[in-house]
Design a protein around this ligand. Structure first.
Ligand code: FES
Length: 124
């Protein structure tokens, strides 16, 4: 079922479902196309990204259950280990220099994470 298009924030999950350096998987309609996506928490803040590497059309967690590198500083694709800045989604690896993960806006209020992105709808 597709969540109705609305300007109101759409609740996605409880805050404790997105632990620090953890992930929460969801499906969204992003610019009209159904896509897999992730909520990630880094330094206490939740970020929303499509679950697709900028290098190749692979899920960031296609080869591993985690999405952060061992240092906890970068999102790391499990296929060829390209790293991304968790805040901007920009690649910090030479192989994909100048490329970014596709982000969507989320916010967190009263222990819930909400989707607040006009180009993105939650698919439930
Ligand atoms: S597909 Fe992600 S690093 Fe190559």
């Amino acid at each position: 079922m597709l969540k109705a298009k609305t300007s109101e924030p759409t609740p996605v999950c409880r805050s404790d479902q997105v632990p620090e350096l953890g992930k929460f998987s969801l499906t969204v309609l992003y610019q009209g196309v159904k896509r897999e996506a992730l909520l990630l928490r880094f330094k206490g803040v939740v970020y929303g990204y499509l679950n697709q590497c900028a290098h190749m059309p692979k899920a960031l967690d296609c080869e591993a259950s985690h999405v952060f590198d061992d240092s906890g500083r970068y999102i790391q694709c499990s296929m060829h280990s390209i790293c991304y800045d968790p805040v901007t989604g920009a690649s910090v690896s030479a192989l994909c220099e100048g490329k970014k993960l596709k982000a969507f806006k989320v916010t967190e209020t009263d222990e819930w994470v909400y989707l607040v992105d006009k180009k993105t709808q939650l698919v439930v």
